[in-house]
Design a protein around this ligand. Structure first.
Ligand code: HPA
Length: 276
């Protein structure tokens, strides 16, 4: 957890100014002045980067202002610029800072604010998560239709009132469903983590109207909306949520399910990105 000198940790610093600096770093490192789409890769989605188009630049996220080292195995700390066959530039973010790392919401959403500062108008957020619906077997990709933020935190500072109606764009969900009509959707509940939920917490999420449980995405989506981006969220169900499955959850199970589903969901994601 010890890491020094992240400019975002100075409470008097402006996180948007730091994101603008980060975007300049990215323009310099990629030679691309403007990105059109940004894509954050969660566990299981990593192979999509290669399928979207031609990688024109790839570098460790730590070379960019404000980015932190990845805390976790199975998460790649790389940023790439990928050019699609249609000539659009996609910023692929393989470096996610999770809220459970304890560095606060500014660091969690820095990649999203940076993506917006590079020019991206579309933010695609993916994750690996637990499923509450019995019909979702591990390996099932689902669209996020809405979220419940159970972290008690927000990336917004001060009296910043932001509308979250249609946060996860219906238009983009429809684009995804044109690629794969079998895609189901559900409400994502972000817990703080890093412990998995108790069965009682999963039942609470279910009674609140939740269908997916995870430890990312909601705070990022709020920041993306603040920056005026259109958002598509997709979860890979890596396991049935605690208590829905009767066996204990393990991080290895999550990684393994992601690995197994990776070829199929990555090609789905690449086709969706191609259609945006
Ligand atoms: N809960 C929270 N986060 C997760 C899960 C889960 O069941 N699976 C993968 N990430």
């Amino acid at each position: 957890m010890s890491e020094t000198n992240n400019p975002l940790d100075d409470p008097t610093a402006d996180p948007f100014a730091i994101a603008a600096e980060a975007a300049e770093d990215i323009a310099r490192l990629t030679g691309v002045d403007r990105h059109d789409i940004a894509l954050t890769l969660g566990s299981g989605w990593g192979k999509a980067a290669e399928l979207i188009g031609e990688t024109t630049a790839s570098f460790p996220a730590t070379e960019v202002t404000g980015f932190s080292k990845p805390a976790l195995e199975g998460h790649v700390g790389t940023l790439r610029s990928v050019r699609t066959p249609k000539g659009r530039n996609v910023l692929v973010i393989g470096a996610r800072t999770h809220f459970y790392e304890g560095h606060g919401p500014r660091r969690v959403v820095h990649s999203v604010r940076t993506a917006a500062a590079t020019g991206a108008r579309t933010m695609v957020l993916t994750n690996g998560a637990g499923g509450i619906r019995h019909t979702w077997k591990p390996g099932t990709p689902v669209l996020i239709s809405d979220h419940i933020n159970l972290t008690g935190a927000s990336p917004l500072e001060g009296a910043t009132f932001i509308d979250l109606t249609d946060l996860y764009s219906l238009r983009l969900r429809d684009v995804a469903r044109q690629i794969d009509p079998s895609l189901d959707e559900g409400v994502y509940c972000q817990f703080r983590g890093p412990q998995y939920e108790t069965p009682a917490e999963v039942q609470m999420a279910k009674s609140f109207g939740g269908h997916i449980v995870g430890m990312s995405t909601a705070l990022e989506a709020i920041a993306a909306r603040q920056s005026g981006m259109e958002i598509l969220g997709m979860s890979l169900i890596t396991n049935m949520a605690a208590g829905i499955q009767t066996t204990p959850l393990s991080h290895q199970e999550v990684i393994d399910a992601g690995r197994e589903a990776e070829p199929v969901i990555s090609s789905l994601l690449a086709r969706v990105i191609g259609a945006l």
